[in-house]
Design a protein around this ligand. Sequence first.
Ligand code: BEZ
Ligand code: FE
Length: 282
Amino acid sequence: MLSLVTHLHAFVKEVALTETEWWKAIEILTQAGYKCSDKRQEFILFSDTLGVSMVVDLLSHRKPEGATESTVFGPFHRLGAPEMPPGANIASLDKSGMPTLVRGRVLDLEGRPIAGALLDVWQAQTSGLYDSQDPSLDGLHMRGKFRSDDKGRYLVRTVRPVHYPIPSDGPVGAMLAATARHPWRPAHIHFVVSAEGYEPVTTHLFDSADPYLESDAVFAVKDSLICDFVRHERAEGHARALGIAPPYLTADFDFVLKPAAEGAARDPLEGQKRLAALGAAA
Ligand code: BEZ
Ligand code: FE
């Protein structure tokens, strides 16, 4: 608190904050509160678009060389996604996207496979909307939980991710417009990968062909998370086995987990569960 108050007072003095500006700040914070619901968290969006989430991420998840880097959690994870068998299609209702197989292994720092790791996956639809933003859907879509097999392998069937704008009809959108910033996030797929005895990683895979990699509205791109989505004109291997008609894409990515620190078992969904409880209590 001492540090917060010191910096806050220094800010107010540095910009010589006027009473009108003070009222404006109160108005913006109040609007942010009114925008929040069980499906929308405007304060997290402020944290994300001001780069605070990524600084906290950087401080909280220092990774040894070779371990998969983390990035923002974002506001669109939902609890209760179904566990699915390898190769199951999380995009079963998305008929316009390019069929895509995301595959690889979950490994430890020595390159040994981790069997039974849980991969919690979620993604925006080709329309750019997550299921929770889409008025035509009331169930879960583009989400699933997958387990790595005894060789550490996982296989997710989906469609090519698209870039999409973060919600910009509230005070965060007004801030972006006022500072001449765009609201776009580069195409990505979200993952939380966890396994007994390892530190869970909350991360994304980004499409290397996306035009917004250099200007993500929430500063979440890390080079090590950029992945090629490779186009195939002939059905082979996994695609043939799953009956996917070409053309289709494959994205290969191995997740590398570091061992959990002694006594530091952390639930990567803890914050989200707390917010859900807050909503239920309100
Ligand atoms: C997302 O990728 O889902 C996301 C992350 C931060 C802010 C908005 C959306
Ligand atoms: Fe996202």
